[in-house]
Design a protein around this ligand. Structure first.
Ligand SMILES: Nc1ncnc2c1ncn2[C@@H]1O[C@H](COP(=O)(O)OP(=O)(O)O)[C@@H](O)[C@H]1O
Ligand SMILES: [Mg+2]
Length: 465
């Protein structure tokens, strides 16, 4: 795995372009379906070039204004670690340049229906960009200016997207664009780009015309030329060989479309990408192709099986890691939840137990109390009965009041604890001799006492033991 960059984990380098590197990446903390992402980073050596940085940011701003299925979506742009970057949707597939190269290696050309499908989709995306407006409804007058096969991406699912508005022209980029001179891939420039004249959307139509011509014929128009000057010279001055001469079997209507897009004078070209697309659609419909949406994906996958498998593995691994991360995070959360839940449950169980204990204690206390009071009551009844049956009715009981100094002393009568503390009253038998003891902390007192009519009160002075 490569380094982390801002909020993105870089997974694999896709390409090194003119002034930027492109990486497959994943966002470090977005949901799994936001994956995968492509990160385009300006190479460090260009980070200090204000014009290039401006262009790069202009690209980001331009695509930000555009949302179309045939244009690569941009998610984020900015600067991290002194490097400008764009985060965009990753198109899992190949650029058209690589596809054309592969076909050439095998001496093949793109099937006609797929060629028309691809160019039609590109024209759709471009038309949308050409007509883009700002929030106030003003046309941005965006022109891509670098329409070449490498900037057309075809996914293994058959999606077709235009990328790299890196030198795109828009109202607000015009100033520095003028001072930037010619840019773009030379072999796909329009005559007006080569001569430094004003450009508009029709410049992109010329570039798409070159791509279409090359796809249909399997021959390059300018790419084979030695150097940039020769290319520009040829674009400006050389007549293009009519496509029907090179390809006599070509549908004449299709040949007309190609040559109209390649008119050197913009006024004779299609006025808009949509006009050209409409003509292409008419040809497409008249040729009655088998409408098989699986053909393009199968075709591209077949050309690049190793790349498809390698990248699938990388993406799947990253997605698995993503899922694992999410899973682990969730497990962590669940564990935390679990712990809290456990604590709560334990606390609730403890409180319940405590309450239960208290309840049981209370119950036990009351039942013991009940039992004791029952026994006491029973005994009292028995005593009453016994008293009634056996006690001598002549026995006289005196009420004796008992004080001590200090007070609060336990009272024992004939060695028996009365359960009473001074001051208290005792019922004692008249005329009977008692030994009464007092205990308070380490103070004691004892006396012999016989209740009588004059002797009904005890005042006991306690002494240290
Ligand atoms: N979003 C993307 N998804 C997949 N591949 C991409 C993406 N963006 C760029 N690429 C690949 O990287 C190449 C260079 O990217 P590009 O934006 O055209 O950079 P440059 O400005 O250097 O031409 C493209 O031709 C394409 O193969
Ligand atoms: Mg490019």
């Amino acid at each position: 795995m490569l380094e982390r960059f801002d909020n993105y984990q870089l997974l694999s380098k896709i390409a090194t372009g003119g002034m930027a590197e492109i990486f497959l990446a994943k966002h470090v903390n977005s949901p799994v379906n936001s994956m995968p992402i492509a990160i385009k980073k300006v190479l460090k050596q260009y980070g200090n070039n204000p014009m290039l940085v401006k262009m790069f940011l202009a690209e980001a701003r331009i695509i930000c204004n555009i949302s179309h299925e045939n244009i690569v979506k941009i998610y984020d742009f900015g600067k991290f670690d002194d490097q400008y970057f764009i985060a965009m949707e990753y198109v899992f597939g190949q650029n058209l340049g690589a596809i054309i190269e592969k076909l050439k290696e095998r001496d093949l050309i793109m099937p006609l229906n797929l060629t028309i499908e691809i160019i039609s989709a590109v024209l759709c995306g471009l038309d949308h960009a050409h007509n883009a407006q700002d929030r106030n409804g003003n046309f941005l007058n965006i022109v891509h200016l670098d329409m070449n096969p490498n900037n057309i991406l075809i996914s293994y699912e058959g999606k077709i997207k235009v990328v790299d508005f890196g030198i795109a022209n828009a109202n607000y980029t015009k100033k520095f664009k003028d001072s930037a001179g010619i840019q773009g891939t030379y072999a796909y420039l329009s005559p007006e780009q080569c001569s430094g004249k004003a450009v508009d959307r029709r410049s992109d139509i010329f570039s798409v015309g070159i791509i279409l011509y090359e796809m249909l014929t399997g021959h390059t128009l300018y790419k084979q030329l030695d150097n940039d000057m020769a290319i520009m010279n040829s674009i400006l001055n050389d007549e293009i060989e009519p496509i029907n001469e090179l390809m006599p079997e070509i549908d004449p209507k299709l040949a007309k479309i190609v040559m109209k897009a390649l008119e050197k004078n913009p006024n004779r070209r299609y006025a808009s990408a949509m006009d050209m697309r409409e003509d292409l659609q008419l040809v497409y419909n008249s040729l009655e192709f088998d409408p098989n949406s699986e053909m393009l994906p199968a075709f591209v996958k077949k050309l690049f099986p190793a790349h498809f498998i390698k990248m699938t593995k990388i993406i799947e691994q990253a997605q698995t890691e993503y899922l694992m991360d999410e899973l682990f995070n969730n497990i962590g959360e669940l564990e935390d939840l679990d712990l809290e839940e456990k604590k709560k449950t334990e606390e609730a169980a403890r409180q319940k137990e405590e309450a239960e204990k208290k309840r049981v204690k209370k119950k036990a206390f009351f039942s013991r109390l009940g039992l004791v009071s029952g026994i006491v009551a029973g005994l009292a009844v028995i005593a009453l009965i016994l008293k009634f049956l056996f006690v001598d009715p002549d026995v006289k009981v005196d009420m004796i009041t008992v004080f001590s100094n200090p007070g609060g002393a336990q009272i024992f009568v004939d060695g028996e604890d009365t359960g009473k503390v001074t001051p208290a009253s005792l019922q004692l038998e008249h005329g009977k001799k008692y030994i009464i003891d007092f205990i308070k902390d380490n103070m004691i007192g004892t006396l012999e006492f016989t209740p009588s009519s004059e002797n009904r009160q005890i005042n006991m002075q306690l002494k240290p033991r």
